[in-house]
Design a protein around this ligand. Structure first.
Ligand code: FEO
Ligand code: CA
Ligand code: CA
Length: 702
């Protein structure tokens, strides 16, 4: 076996980032090799400077006195069968923001083929690719894989992680995980090329996509967790791209643009694809984003012949129109013709949605909500407005694409669990879909240096695109707006951002944090230039935007914003200029490519990274958002070689943090037989979910 270190890229990686070309191929179909899908010339600089909106700057950070919290700690998620559990986004007792100073000693950047946590902490694998999910699933045997077995086992490439408690003591919980994509090189012994896959291997890959729900329990005496032995017949479930049926809801359900030969009603879809990040709603369901769905379809060239409008729609969503097979395509059309757009031109319109799954009812049909718009959904996270309406924040993870928000028409109901639950399961079927337009107060020079007025900040507007089934974009039908939401955003001049990934509101303050992971095309060639919200040319390391909704109400239509972090290594003399919310940069951990975000019970932000461009493995970081420690980024964990850190999720009692170790060993040249990582078992690479805890039993981090 080659030395793992010899498989490391020597410097840099694909597309000007540190990401392995192998990850680019499998995860997003080499999206960066294709033209930027957003070719519109909508304004990106200074649109709102003269709109008359009041400028509210960085000083808002201290004004926390009398906030109405977005999520009440009393919110109950009703469980079928009568039990009720605390909503998982908040802890039982709500500390004041800023009181959770992070006490762990940061770990150093490294290239080790294992999970590293700080002194005083431990970690363990909770579940791995191939482990039993549905009771009775066969033992994992990578040399004898079948689609039937994979449909009952934990899927590949775990991404989003939710830990939904089943009791108030956090002794039992449901672990809900997205399986974003497959890497056939690393899955199948003897792999040669994607062309040579057998039909059964293609079905295995379909079954390895989707989600898992699995009951877990605390390991006695620790903050560690294990899968409930002999499986949970009450809750455990696999959702796959192969067989699970989804219901389309909302104003576009049933549209002719969503009908196919197999589904002439346009209301029922088989499968979910490329599920990346997600969230847990205050009513206890799971949200999951269908992200790079475009790469799975073939025949875009034939479908585009239907007309210029069709071609433009396909191009805007990154579906290849110049050739039958896009690069990295798994040729699923050979086992299921719905992946061939020449035969089923509407099938791709049935992906790119937010999925809602009820983890408490394994027999429930998950739903795709058209009211939330269709794009490359990184994920969706929920908080309640002051009036109790559901507010969802959603990123479209593509270079130069947009940030969205949805506000439900109806407020969430509490009270009688059964009727409240029935009501709350309809909340995402009607409401207002918005796209963000940022306003700027000064210009930037592209280096990452602060602008002359001393802050990356400004005002912003949420521009409504659709409300309760009515299009608010002149000249566009409601179906146009909801199914081709990117073009609706183009039409209203939304702000082009550097790959909006996870976006989430702090449950203690209501402020919203959006991870913009990177964009090495920013300011390059004919691509859009820098602005205050995207201040660096060739942005390799990404940044984090902080949004404060006006009136501290998440349903507001205007906001102020500032950049919380401009990532990188401040100690690198040749590195890009960085910004850590004004904190002393000599004391922070270097951080690159923020992707997923979460909050601990003290309101600290936890950030996982994807594609660290600083020469270290990816990791998990924590940073206070309020008080004197605001901006003091500390590295908590690193993942093995070639892996990306996903999740993360902190339990509501604060004693455990979960991360998904996605694509370990995904380094170009590696295979199942020649692994670049042998984590976690010392033989071949296996994506897995890990829990970490503090040895003294106290809250993680603080
Ligand atoms: Fe699947 Fe945008 O990360
Ligand atoms: Ca992500
Ligand atoms: Ca990612």
């Amino acid at each position: 076996m080659p030395e793992p270190s010899r498989l490391l890229p020597l410097s840099g990686g694909a597309h000007g980032t540190a990401r392995s070309p192998m990850t680019c191929l499998y995860r997003c179909g080499n999206a960066c090799d294709h033209p930027v899908p957003n070719q519109t010339d909508n304004e990106y600089l200074g649109d709102l400077i003269n709109t008359g909106l009041s400028r509210r700057g960085l000083m808002r950070a201290g004004a926390l006195g009398a906030l109405v919290l977005g999520v009440s700690s009393a919110v109950e998620a009703a469980v079928p069968g009568g039990a009720a559990v605390a909503a998982p986004t908040v802890g039982a007792a709500k500390p004041a923001p800023g009181t959770g100073e992070l006490t762990f000693k940061p770990i150093p950047p490294n290239k080790l083929d294992t999970v590293i946590v700080p002194n005083g902490y431990d970690h363990a694998v909770v579940i791995r690719w191939g482990d039993e999910v549905v009771p009775g699933a066969p033992d994992f045997d990578p040399y004898n894989q079948t689609a039937a077995a994979q449909s009952r086992q934990f899927g590949y490439n775990n991404d989003f992680v939710a830990v939904v408690p089943l009791d108030r003591d956090y002794r039992r919980a449901l672990l809900v995980v997205n399986h974003e994509y497959t890497n056939e090189d690393l899955m199948f012994p003897g792999f040669t090329t994607l062309d040579a896959l057998t039909p059964e291997q293609r079905r295995i890959s379909l079954a390895a996509h989707g989600l898992s729900v699995v009951e877990i329990e605390r390991v006695d005496g620790t903050g560690g967790w294990q899968v409930v032995r002999r499986g949970s017949r009450r809750y455990n479930r696999r959702v796959t791209a192969l067989a699970t049926k989804f219901q389309l809801t909302g104003p576009a359900a049933g549209s002719p643009l969503l009908r196919t030969t197999a589904d002439p009603t346009g209301t029922t879809v088989i499968g979910t694809l490329n599920n990346c990040a997600g969230g847990v709603t205050p009513w206890g369901t799971i949200l999951s984003g269908e992200e790079n769905f475009n790469q799975y379809f073939v025949g875009g060239d034939a479908a585009a012949a239907a007309g210029a409008d069709t071609r433009a729609r396909l191009d805007r969503y990154g579906i290849t129109t110049s050739t039958r097979y896009p690069s990295g395509n798994r040729k699923w059309d050979l086992v299921d013709p719905r992946f061939d757009l020449a035969l089923n031109p509407n099938e791709a319109n049935r992906f790119g949605w937010i999925v809602e799954l009820d983890p408490f009812d394994p027999d429930s049909r998950p739903r795709k909500h058209t009211a939330l718009g269709r794009f490359k959904h990184e994920g969706a996270t929920a908080i309640l407005s002051k009036a109790g309406h559901a507010v969802l924040y959603m990123g479209d993870d593509e270079r130069f694409d947009y940030l969205y928000k949805f506000v439900s028409s109806k407020p969430m109901k509490k009270g009688d669990p059964a009727s409240a639950r029935r009501h709350n399961l309809t909340l995402l079927e009607s409401g207002t879909l918005y796209v963000a337009k940022f306003g700027f107060t000064s210009t930037v020079d592209g280096t990452g240096a602060l602008p002359a007025d001393g802050g990356f900040n400004g005002t912003g507007q949420w521009i409504p695109l659709a409300r309760d089934g009515v299009s608010l974009v002149p000249g566009r039908t409601i179906e146009d707006v909801l199914i081709f939401t990117r073009q609706a955003g183009d039409a209203v001049g939304a702000t082009k951002l550097d790959r909006p990934e996870d976006v989430e509101a702090n449950p203690l303050t209501g402020k919203v944090y959006a991870a913009l992971t990177n964009n090495t095309n920013r300011g390059v060639g004919s691509n859009p230039g820098v602005d205050e919200a995207n201040p660096r040319v060739r942005n390799r390391h990404g940044h984090v935007i902080e949004i404060t909704e006006d009136g501290d109400d998440n349903a507001a239509e205007t906001f102020t914003w500032d950049l919380f972090l401009v990532c990188g290594d401040p100690a690198d003399p040749a590195g890009e200029v960085t910004w850590f919310a004004g904190y002393d940069k000599t004391k922070v951990s270097p951080i690159s490519c923020p992707d997923n975000v979460a909050f601990d019970r003290f309101g600290n932000l936890w950030i996982s990274t994807d594609g660290n461009a600083l020469g270290s493995n990816d990791g998990l970081f924590a940073v206070p958002l309020e008080g004197p420690e605001r901006g003091h980024v500390k590295q908590f964990l690193t993942v093995p070689l070639g892996a990306e850190t996903c999740g993360p999720a902190l339990t509501g009692d604060g004693r455990s943090v979960f991360v998904a170790v996605q694509h370990p060993g995904e380094i170009t040249g590696a295979s199942f037989d020649k692994p670049a990582s042998t984590w976690p078992d010392g033989n071949y690479a296996r994506p897995a979910v890990v829990a970490s805890w503090r040895l003294d039993g106290r809250a993680v981090g603080a």
